[in-house]
Design a protein around this ligand. Structure first.
Ligand code: AHR
Length: 834
């Protein structure tokens, strides 16, 4: 018997003993510890004098992934009501410790990181008092300190010197042959049973979630064709008419270098090493001699850097080259500060072989910064051209915001979007667009929180910033452009902005404070809240009475954008710091704009993750604050196949669900037929739960070849190609065949063991009267479906795809269908408009 099995048998023995003896009579010794080489809290149980490792209780959520998520010197105590408190050290320098709370050792409240006045918080230990409160003792450069904590472990006093010397209470235990420090407790069999059952359930879930269609050749070998009867019951319910939307995040070069059609990279000379290691103001620019960068009298304070040119040509390499199409026109513009001199520039687009594809001139003269423009018409094409700005005289002038746009943008908008990419998105007919990002919205640290008002107004006044995904944001694609795109494609805008806290995975700031970094300081929260209120005013206000609305009108959109939704927070850790700020923001929006629907956030993982639990607990306590909660989960195909009932038991009286980020994946990390079918199975059930699930969006949406931060994605692209994936096909087919009524169905399968591989959904659009039947066969054999209570019109056609599980390019096509029986090929998804 191997070690793992031995452990399972030992644990089963404990469970059986616990179940057969009256709980009150049963007591167990448990040992709770954080092995020094891990970032987590572990539990061991004593059995016949030896400690058996049970599993993980929780892990550190502090700071950046990889380097900072550490749990050192965990100290656990029991409150007088039997609940649990945990403190631990996060690093050897941070002026804070981590604090968490649990009722049952299974679910731990998201961690708080109270900030102390000392530079260090070493070896924190927690001690309970008779009145239910706690003291935490720790060591620091300034000697031993202590801090009081409220009974709920939410409020911590200022730290003070402590008379405590050394350790309060540490136990040791040898687990799997290694000696650890921690805390030992006696708990009841019932209490232990809760933990053991949780771990057993986790194991079962893990096994189920490991199911893969690509294993079917082995696991479902010999499976006979399956038949099913689909009966329309005759009852229906109202469902959301906004189920399928998109989530646009500026990740993987989705904005600059991607959807935003600007062809010049680093047009503003504002690249810095904060964007990307090694980047400078001259990145993507080339010249015969080092390029001079200056900052005196800049074009705008938000754009402090510019280049100084005399006789040498300034070359820009574009985004991996500039695609130039023969016969097409390109709008060039540039700011020049000539300080009274006259300079002429030849502007050229040049192929790699030196051939000039297009040329024009700019003549600059005058005082101060002035914008000059020219149109270039391509006489020939190239996929890797460069821009050349060629001074014609030996005169020293300053240049900035050197820009080149194809004239041919989506809807021919100025400062517009790449037509081919935008069109593929538009073809999806998303009902809403969430933007400008997930992690990108709340940002890498407090200083990088996305401020919408930095992204509107003249391009040169917008405030560029580094992108948490390790590149630069010009903000040329800013809130005006996002809202305009939504309008152009008939989608509701769903801007998501930080809940007063940055990304919980943020790195240490200058004070050594990582993660949420204490949130926006309370004295700055009124201004931040005002900024969010200003957004609503900017989007919906009357230009005659509102300065924000006037700004929108001045930008070319006098009519309101009719903003209805706003997202506050992105999969934040639901700490006390978060909750305080989130509540302030929501209350202010509710007070000033009661019609705006607020979307809160429910953590990066599904149940039973701590943030998920806490967010829904919070929503239960404050049901009026938010209209819906944004859930995110990236999971295996097996998980999606096995959790099709996920929303069945959701309380219909609580806020609605926005499944804002999800994707099924396999180790290949590319959408294929397997992942797409898993998503289609799941979405059939989301439609069935469309009375509680209001919106969904696959994530991430875009990824540029060679610049990917994340896989899988819905659409891959390069400068010359746009490649929708099978995930896209599923999204589009669900979106363009949607309804606002769900018709109840009964689906009986001849082989119940594979019932989770088959799904159907029938929706009706009450405005058009059209009905849409969706069928998924995620089996390696044909599926024959007999329809009852539903007949296919003679003109009916199914649209969909089929293929092998690992096929990344199935072709969407039409399938003839008729009568009352349908046969789907293996691994197929069909939609039949009726
Ligand atoms: O979609 C990619 C990232 O996944 C998002 O930025 C974040 O919200 C999630 O963790």
């Amino acid at each position: 018997m191997n070690l793992k099995r031995l452990r399972v048998v030992a644990l089963l023995t404990i469970v059986c003993a616990a179940l057969t003896t009256p709980a009150a009579a049963q007591q167990h010794r448990v040992f709770i510890y954080s092995p020094t080489d891990q970032n987590s809290l572990q539990l061991a149980v004593e059995q016949q004098g030896t400690w058996q490792h049970v599993g993980q209780l929780c892990s550190s959520d502090y700071g950046t992934w990889g380097v900072e998520k550490k749990m050192q010197y965990a100290s656990v105590t029991r409150a007088i009501d039997g609940t649990w408190r945990l403190v631990f050290q996060v690093s050897d320098h941070a002026p804070l410790f981590a604090a968490a709370y649990s009722r049952d050792l299974v679910t731990w409240r998201p961690q708080d990181y109270p900030i102390m006045t000392t530079r260090q918080c070493l070896k924190p230990e927690v001690r309970v008092h008779a009145d239910g409160t706690f003291t935490i003792y720790y060591q620091s450069e300034q000697g031993n300190r202590e801090v009081s904590a409220s009974a709920d472990f939410r409020h911590f006093s200022q730290d003070r010197p402590s008379l405590w010397q050394g350790t309060i209470w540490r136990d040791t235990a040898t687990v799997n042959g290694k000696l650890y420090e921690g805390n030992a407790f006696t708990i009841t069999a019932d209490e232990l049973d809760v933990v053991l059952r949780h771990h057993a359930q986790q194991r079962i879930d893990g096994q189920k979630s490991a199911e893969r269609m690509s294993d079917d050749v082995r696991t479902l070998a010999g499976l006979q064709p399956v038949s099913a009867t689909l009966s329309v019951i005759g009852t229906e319910k109202a469902i959301s008419d906004k189920l399928i939307g998109i989530f646009f995040e500026d990740i993987s070069y989705a904005a600059d270098g991607g959807l935003y059609a600007e062809l010049i990279q680093n047009r503003d000379f504002e690249y810095t090493p904060r964007d990307h290691r090694g980047w400078t103001a001259t990145t993507a620019w080339h010249s015969a001699k080092p390029i001079e960068i200056a900052t005196e009298n800049p074009l705008h304070a938000n754009n402090p850097h510019y280049a100084v040119v005399t006789t040498d040509t300034l070359w820009n390499e574009g985004w991996d080259g500039i695609v130039v199409e023969k016969g097409k026109r390109y709008d060039f513009s540039m700011f020049v500060r000539a300080d009274g001199q006259q300079q002429f520039f030849q502007i050229q687009l040049v192929a790699p072989d030196g051939k000039v594809l297009a040329r024009s001139q700019v003549s600059a003269k005058g005082e101060g910064w002035q914008q000059y423009s020219a149109v270039l018409t391509a006489q020939a094409g190239s996929e890797k051209a460069r821009l050349a700005v060629i001074p014609q005289r030996s005169v020293r002038v300053c240049v900035d915001m050197i820009s080149l746009f194809p004239r041919d943008t989506f809807k021919n908008r100025k400062n517009g979007l790449r037509r081919d990419l935008a069109q593929v998105i538009a073809d999806l007919h998303p009902k809403f667009v969430r933007f400008p990002g997930g992690c990108m919205s709340h940002g890498q640290g407090l200083d990088n929180i996305y401020h919408w008002n930095h992204t509107v107004g003249p391009l040169w006044e917008r405030k560029p910033d580094f992108n948490i995904w390790n590149y630069h944001q010009t903000r040329g694609l800013g809130f005006f452009e996002y809202f305009q795109f939504c309008e152009d494609i008939g989608a509701e805008p769903l801007p998501v902005l930080a809940a007063g806290v940055p990304c919980q995975n943020s790195a240490n700031n200058a004070q050594g404070i990582g993660g949420q970094q204490g949130g926006i300081p309370m004295d700055q929260m009124p201004a931040y809240i005002q900024e969010l209120l200003d957004l609503i005013e900017w989007a919906n206000g009357d230009p005659a009475t509102s300065k924000w609305a006037k700004m929108r009108a001045d930008a070319g959109h006098p009519a309101p954008f009719h903003l209805k939704y706003i997202g506050i927070g992105n999969e934040d850790i639901i700490s006390t710091v978060f909750e305080e700020r989130y509540q302030m923001i929501c209350q202010a929006i509710r007070q000033h704009y009661p019609d705006i629907k607020i979307c809160g956030t429910a953590g990066p993982f599904h149940t039973p993750s701590a943030d998920y639990q806490e967010a829904w607990d919070y929503a239960r306590q404050h049901p009026d604050l938010q209209y819906m909660l944004d859930e995110h989960y990236y999971e295996s195909t097996g998980w999606f196949m096995r959790h099709q009932d996920y929303y069945d038991s959701y309380d219909r009286h609580l806020p609605k669900v926005y499944l804002g980020e999800y994707a099924a994946s396999t180790p290949v990390k590319r959408p294929n037929v397997e992942t797409a079918l898993a998503e289609a199975l799941y979405l059939c059930n989301v439609e069935r739960n469309g009375d509680i699930v209001e919106m969904t969006s696959y994530a991430p949406m875009l990824s540029k070849d060679g610049h990917s931060n994340w896989n899988p994605d819905m659409i891959y692209f390069s400068n010359t190609s746009v490649r929708p994936t099978p995930a896209y096909h599923v999204q589009r087919l669900f979106s363009v065949n949607s309804g606002d009524r769900y018709e109840d169905l009964r689906l009986s399968i001849s082989n119940p063991q594979v019932a989770h591989r088959v799904a159907a959904s029938l929706v009706r659009d009450s405005k058009t009267g059209r009905r849409y039947l969706k069928l998924v066969n995620a089996l390696p054999v044909e599926l024959t479906v007999s329809l009852q209570g539903l007949s296919l019109p003679a003109s009916a056609r199914a649209e969909g795809f089929s293929g092998t599980p690992d096929d990344q390019q199935p072709v969407v096509r039409q399938y003839p269908v008729s009568g009352s029986q349908l046969t789907l090929p293996p691994y197929a998804f069909w939609v039949i408009p009726l």
